[in-house]
Design a protein around this ligand. Structure first.
Ligand code: ATP
Length: 284
């Protein structure tokens, strides 16, 4: 197949198939988020309010953001993202205004999903150091969440690496009262994620993804994505001497020789460290 460059501004839609090792997590998200967004009538019939807020928690790079995007895409919901640290950085009053605007946009485009990444930075626990800004933001967020009507078809998904650091007021019924763990993948999960990130790669016959999944102990999704990219770059380095870069386009017979081999992954494994290990090394 001919290589086609992504068109400018094209929406790259993530689906559940782009998430590896999260089988039962996806089931939970589908039940708690997708089902009420797609079929609010089921909840109306039963006389219960659909969930308004879901807290995703798990270590960095395990796919929380990707999961939120996938559920929005698969539910055909309008997706709005708020980056915690980004919003607290803005000027006095600006952050609250921005939050209100986002909730309004969600309402106008329902069904909607509002995704708040790193919620702990906006809403840290009261006993943690918290400035005036955070206090006001939490108050605004609480008001906005309480204002979501059951029929409004909006779900707020928040993500954090530190669930214990999130203000309890946000975790009361009717707010973020559902929790879903997005865990570190096991070997089978790593194998699935490797499959996803090497999907578009020409792999050499000697590449054994099962073996690689075993070697990538402690790797989370983001690490595996980095590993796959690094292996591709290794392949390029290995092939570069054989490529005449002066040519306007590299001929197909040369391109066809370019593949990612076992040795490229072995080299990449030496460069890419699992992110959890990096953290330990920084602390040490
Ligand atoms: P953070 O807490 O650091 O924001 P996160 O949990 O939100 O991390 P993502 O931003 O979703 O993680 O993941 C980063 C990248 O890592 C994704 O774009 C994807 O390439 C890869 N990735 C992470 N988890 C998975 C997974 N389960 N399956 C496939 N790819 C994954």
């Amino acid at each position: 197949p001919e290589y086609e460059a992504p068109k400018e501004g094209r929406r790259i839609d993530v689906t559940y198939d782009d998430l590896g090792g999260l089988g039962s997590t996806i089931d939970q998200v589908r039940e708690m988020v997708e089902l009420p967004l797609r079929h609010p009538e089921l909840f109306q019939r039963l006389g219960v309010d659909p969930p308004k807020g879901v807290l995703l928690y798990g270590p960095p790079g395990t796919g929380k953001t990707r999961l939120a995007r996938a559920v929005a895409n698969e539910s055909e919901a309008h997706f709005l993202q708020i980056a915690g640290p980004e919003i607290i950085g803005s000027q006095y009053g600006e952050s609250e205004k921005r939050l209100r605007e986002i909730f309004e946009e969600a309402d106008q485009n329902a069904p909607s999903i509002i995704f708040i990444d790193e919620i702990d930075s906006i809403a840290p626990k009261r006993d943690e150091v918290r400035g005036e800004m955070e206090r006001r933001l939490v108050a605004t967020l609480l008001t906005l969440m309480d204002g979501i009507k059951p029929r409004q078809n909006t779900v707020v998904i928040a993500a954090t690496n530190r669930p214990d650091a999130v203000d309890e007021a946000l975790r009361r019924p009717g707010r973020f009262d559902r929790e879903i763990v997005v865990g570190v993948p096991d070997q089978a999960g790593r194998r699935e994620i490797l499959g996803i990130h090497t999907r578009g790669m020409p792999l050499g016959d000697d590449v054994d993804l099962d073996e690689l999944a075993r070697s990538a102990y402690g790797f989370v999704g983001a690490d595996i994505a980095a590993l796959s990219r690094e292996a591709a770059i290794e392949a390029l380095r290995r092939m570069l001497p054989e490529i005449d870069l002066e040519e306007n386009t590299i001929p197909n017979e040369v391109l066809e020789k370019l593949d990612v081999q076992r040795s490229d992954f072995v080299a990449a494994l030496k460069r890419v460290q699992p992110s959890a290990l990096r953290e330990i090394m920084i602390q040490a």
